[in-house]
Unconditional design. Structure first.
Length: 66
């Protein structure tokens, strides 16, 4: 997931993507707590992707406010 692809999405699509990433992050943390997580790098990737989506949402909000 890169920022260029995210900028092409609408605000509603970005919110859905953010919700899915938060669910994924929760599931990964739950797997880690129970010892079932094999790829620990997935947690970091999910967090970074969520941050990217939040950044794009804030950019779009700032652009709309102008």
């Amino acid at each position: 997931m890169n920022a260029k692809d995210l900028r092409d999405k609408t605000v509603d699509e970005l919110r859905d993507t953010l919700a899915n990433l938060k669910k994924e992050s929760f599931n990964l943390r739950f797997q880690q707590a129970t010892g079932q997580l094999e790829n620990t790098a997935g947690i970091k990737a999910a967090r970074r992707n969520a941050a990217r989506v939040k950044t794009i949402l804030n950019e779009k909000a700032a652009a709309a406010a102008e």
